[in-house]
Unconditional design. Structure first.
Length: 553
């Protein structure tokens, strides 16, 4: 066992003494040491229940002959920090989570790893760490929150964000808004639509890093604890069979993950995160692969924010297995080993479809024939940018640029009703370096939608979008403004043309003439983790990573 180097032999007596002080026995130390990497926190419902799940995972590990040892890492709540300076910490936290799991596991020579995750950066952060460590391991997602209930309809946090704009426009009273905020999030679990957390939960399942079906179970469902126990047993089987992430994380597995994201109308954040996981795994994957795969993949899951249903509805309908079976039947996914020890196709053939379910469409009646998202280029984004296409967005728009150098300035303009139908809102200096941290613009996009402008206004940013964003919204513009990208040179009133079919986003204006007068802004942070991140981070088109990447396979 790898852990023998830290716990066996006369010279390891001091280490054993320390470990015994935590309650471990000689018998415990004879067994493999299994890291339980927890992302529990009290700051959000998404991860609030993970202490309880960890206890069940540990029971499963012990029952299967291992010794579980739990440690915690950080998490940052997107929903709580959204629209504030705190949101800049969100994407940065992905790197810190990956680094801290890697360090704790390397530092204590664990034999295997179970990562417990919730709100969205914890999922790719854990996957990146598993890819780096290449030890037997898996990811268990805490599960989705149940829907709230407001005015006789199901609601999610998306409804609260959009209600802020509706309240500012006089379409909702302050009392109604307060009532909604008290009803929208009824307990533990991650945001209930196919937002980033549920999108990445599906992605790591399609990758083979999570047991098929386990992540679908809602956070407060009594069977979630059973899945946690099974995860503990599962990781011990991986250890016995020496199945490592490098066997699971193949090019085919990454294509499966992209297909799942596209077919479910998932979050554009998956582009950043899946690219980052692939780079950690040494698997060649480019941003253009997302467009290629999306363009051949129908949207089959009718999920919020663009659709009608929530994650709990998908679970009841047949879950990720059912969606994956549709994709298998269409020849859009490939086989490969998963953390359960079974092959991907073997898993998805076990899908049980609920009678009369409407969440996952049949192949001959998709919501949209192709294109959960698209990658655009043009004079405004020569490296690339990302647009989500859940099924009903406009595919073209031309309008005058309304330029803002921060999310706060743009939000204030929307709330003051200064944005008009036809405008193209441009928010810049919010990229990986410029933010730093590439904030999500949900506050702005939700306020636009809440004011009834979602079908007539477009938004372009070098920042990101929440999975709850919908409409013709373009993010991840690269190069970003802080790196001197063309978005830094746009002026108020410039005509911007978006043509999704042509995969173009262009701006009218002599940008090269303006470049001579442009100067990079002063860094927003000069010390600490934010300054370090801004100095090290790569372009959004490459996953916005800070780590040194191994050579590609």
């Amino acid at each position: 066992m790898r852990s023998d180097a830290i716990k066996k032999g006369l010279d390891r007596a001091p280490a054993r003494a320390m470990l015994k002080a935590t309650g471990l026995t000689d018998a415990d130390l004879e067994r493999p040491l299994v890291a339980i990497a927890n992302t529990w926190t009290e700051v959000m419902p998404c991860n609030f229940h993970l202490r309880d799940l960890a206890a069940k995972v540990k029971e499963g590990v012990r029952a299967a002959g291992g010794t579980p040892i739990e440690f915690n890492t950080i998490s940052v709540s997107d929903g709580v920090s959204m629209g504030t300076e705190g949101m800049k910490a969100s994407l940065v936290s992905r790197e810190v989570i990956a680094d801290s799991i890697e360090l704790a596991v390397r530092g204590h020579l664990f034999d295997a790893v179970v990562a417990l995750v919730g709100c969205d950066k914890t999922i790719p952060g854990a996957a990146m760490a598993l890819a780096r460590l290449d030890l037997p391991g898996l990811i268990l997602y805490g599960g989705s929150i149940l829907p709230g209930r407001f005015q006789d309809r199901d609601v999610t946090i998306q409804d609260v964000f959009e209600a802020v704009g509706a309240c500012a426009a006089g379409r909702m009273s302050e009392r109604e808004l307060r009532d909604l905020e008290s009803q929208a999030c009824p307990g533990s679990g991650a945001c209930g639509g196919q937002f980033t957390a549920n999108t990445m939960s599906m992605a790591v399942t399609m990758l083979g890093l999570s047991p098929m079906g386990a992540n679908d179970v809602p956070a407060v469902d009594p069977s979630k604890e059973r899945e946690a126990f099974r995860a503990g047993e599962c990781v011990m089987n991986l250890l016995r069979e020496d199945v490592r992430p490098s066997r699971i994380l193949t090019r085919a597995a990454f294509e499966n993950a992209i297909s799942g994201v596209a077919a479910s109308g998932g979050s554009t954040n998956a582009v950043l995160h899946v690219l980052a996981i692939a780079r950690e795994a040494g698997v060649p994957l480019s941003i253009d692969d997302f467009d290629t795969i999306s363009s051949r993949t129908p949207i089959l899951a009718d999920l919020k924010p663009g659709g009608r249903f929530m994650a709990v509805d998908l679970h009841r309908a047949g879950g990720t297995r059912l969606l994956a079976r549709r994709l298998m039947e269409a020849g859009l996914v490939r086989d490969g080993i998963t953390v359960t020890g079974r092959m991907f196709f073997e898993e998805v053939r076990q899908a049980a479809e609920s009678a009369g379910q409407q969440v996952v469409r049949p192949l001959d009646r998709p919501l949209k024939r192709a294109g959960g998202f698209a990658i655009l280029r043009g004079s405004l984004a020569p490296e690339a940018c990302v647009v989500k296409l859940a099924g009903h967005e406009r595919l073209a728009h031309t309008g005058p640029a309304r330029v803002f150098d921060s999310e706060e300035d743009a939000f204030a303009a929307v709330q003051a009703r200064r944005i008009r139908p036809g405008d193209v809102v441009v928010i810049r200096y919010e990229g990986p370096k410029g933010g730093p941290g590439m904030r999500e613009m949900l506050g702005v996009t939700a306020a636009i939608a809440g004011q009834g402008l979602g079908d007539s206004v477009s938004l372009i940013t070098d920042g990101r979008f929440s999975g709850a964003t919908h409409g013709l919204m373009i993010g991840h513009v690269s190069p970003e403004a802080a790196a001197g990208g063309p978005i830094a040179l746009v002026r108020e009133g410039d005509a911007i043309t978006i043509d999704v079919r042509a995969r173009r986003v262009d701006v009218a204006g002599d940008l090269e003439k303006r470049r001579a007068a442009w100067r990079p802004p002063a860094p927003r942070y000069v010390t600490g983790v934010m300054a370090k991140y801004a100095h090290l981070v790569s372009s959004a088109s490459e996953g916005a990573m800070t780590s040194t990447v191994r050579s590609l396979k």
